[in-house]
Design a protein around this ligand. Sequence first.
Ligand code: HEM
Ligand code: HEM
Length: 217
Amino acid sequence: MATDGQLGTMLAHGRDAARERIATQRLAPGARPVPRVVAPYPASVRWLHWLTVALVLAAVALGFLRVEVVSHAWRLWLLDAHRTVGLLIFGVTVLRLLLRLGLPIAPTPLPRLVGWIVRATHAALYLLLLGMPLLGVLMSNARSGSTRLFKALPLPVLMPENEGWADRLQGLHLVGGWILIGLVGLHASAALFHHYVLKDGVLGRMLPQARRMPRTT
Ligand code: HEM
Ligand code: HEM
């Protein structure tokens, strides 16, 4: 088991080795140095990422707050606000995926296993960003048939009223909510670890004022 000191030395070695690889690029005589860097995520993807973060925080807060409120009118208002934000998350995620598929985005250079875990986490996050709103709509249909948000905007009707299914879907929606919270915690901790401990520029690729990061593999 590595001690704190050994771990620190290993991380510093990794960083130094990466910087050395960049500094010692072998170039043909007269050739211009090719910057071995990875471009940041495109601005549209970055802004949609941080908009999604704000919307997910709002959806989760509204979802849980609603349970704590006693007033029936306020509970209804919070639920409609929750549903509206949830539908926005669905729309923003579809837009983000369409944009992402059409834009050339170099993958973050990471060791093979870590890269695989990161891709799996991102895929699971996208799945939940689309799946949670879908479960929410189905649950609302099953519980109360056709529903109007704030007594105005009709919710799509994808299934008929059914109390048994409403309970099952509610259970799935709750479990999905907790899995999303867990994954986001893991994902954000990893991003902060890269930023503050590895100092390798991974977070910088996604920040609004993005920077290029060195290619380390
Ligand atoms: C990413 C989007 C969403 C997230 C993260 C999310 C998360 C949550 C959470 C954490 C709760 C509280 C858990 C509970 O008390 O059962 C909740 C409740 C609820 N959500 Fe969502 N939700 C999302 C989207 C939606 C959408 C789009 C709808 C419907 C259009 C919806 C409908 C509901 C309903 C009806 C409840 C109350 C369940 C109950 O009766 O207690 N949700 N949601
Ligand atoms: C609700 C919260 C969040 C969600 C749903 C979320 C979702 C995602 C998804 C789906 C990606 C993959 C982007 C792609 O390649 O298409 C991503 C990337 C990223 N996110 Fe988040 N994120 C959240 C919060 C955060 C937070 C709080 C941070 C920073 C502390 C963060 C930092 C990053 C970084 C740095 C990347 C790029 C990672 C890489 O290039 O390997 N995210 N996020």
